[in-house]
Design a protein around this ligand. Structure first.
Ligand code: SF4
Length: 277
């Protein structure tokens, strides 16, 4: 049995940096809490909890400890609130997301409308929306654009973990409605590389395994991509989830993992599959 693990599988730069910063902070003298789960991976969150790094839902709950802002970033109100409360902050906002915040803040000072292509309930999207000075529209599907009343001028950005093709589909509808459109494709290169690699691997594999949290947006998008090319694609959270009855000795098995999947989990899953050979 051939088992191939994608080179771009697992933690992206921003998530790795945030997780390392959290463990470093906890190892120092002040305990560290994170504003929301640091990453969308239940197993790594469990490890963080075991190390004493727990998630809180508001800055108020971080009095007396260090508050870590995760790679998704936050709206400016959160910084204002932490300052008012005198809370020590470690800002692990991914530099790529922070650049989107700066772009949105400066480009909408004249109250130009902002359109974000992404999920309205995703923390990264909510954070980006918070930096806009004007009206904000959030669309995840082309159909939503068709129903919307849009201004003549707008700036468009994308949730960093979006599939490029999906962004283009939604964008096509936006272009029909907004004559003065400034488009910034803010999809992260790490996401595109992982998606492209997953596409390539799933086109050649008999069985495609996507490792990651079921609550992770980019893991789910990765799984959807793989399923389009390989009908025997499976999303697994841990080595126990590996569908051993579905994998045969003659299969070519390929693995990929979402940006929030730690290396140790990917290794465990790959190890279990290799033992089937
Ligand atoms: S996916 Fe890209 S933008 Fe998002 S945290 Fe990772 S490196 Fe940063």
């Amino acid at each position: 049995m051939d088992v191939i693990v994608g080179k771009h599988a697992g933690f992206c730069f921003g998530v790795r940096r945030a997780v390392e910063q959290a463990y470093q902070c906890q190892a120092s003298s002040t305990p560290c809490v994170t504003l929301g789960p640091l990453i969308h991976n239940p197993q790594e969150v469990e490890r963080l909890n075991a190390a004493g790094i727990r998630a809180v839902s508001s800055p108020e709950e971080a009095k007396g400890v260090t508050l870590m802002i995760r790679s998704h970033g936050v709206a400016p109100e959160i910084y204002e609130e932490t300052e008012k409360l005198g809370i020590l902050v470690i800002d692990a906002t991914c530099p790529h997301v922070a650049a989107i915040h700066r772009l949105v803040e400066t480009s909408t000072r004249d109250h130009t409308a902002l359109i974000i292509v992404g999920g309205w309930d995703h923390p990264e999207v909510r954070g980006i929306a918070g930096w806009a000075h004007g009206e904000v529209f959030i669309f995840s599907e082309p159909e939503e654009v068709k129903r919307a009343l849009l201004p003549d001028t707008a700036l468009v950005v994308a949730q960093t973990t979006l599939r490029r093709e999906h962004f283009e589909e939604v964008l096509e509808e936006i272009r029909k409605k907004v004559p003065n459109l400034t488009v910034r494709n803010t999809i992260c290169a790490a996401t595109s590389q992982r998606q492209e690699e997953a596409e390539m691997l799933s086109a050649e594999a008999d069985v495609m395994i996507v490792v990651g949290g079921r609550n992770s947006s980019n893991t789910n998008k990765l799984y959807e991509t793989c399923l389009r090319h390989c009908p025997r694609s499976y999303l697994v959270e841990t080595a126990e989830d590996v569908p051993i009855r579905e994998i045969h000795k003659e299969d070519r098995v390929a693995l990929t993992a979402g940006a929030s999947t730690p290396q140790w989990l990917l290794d465990e899953v790959a190890g279990r599959i290799r033992r089937l050979a």
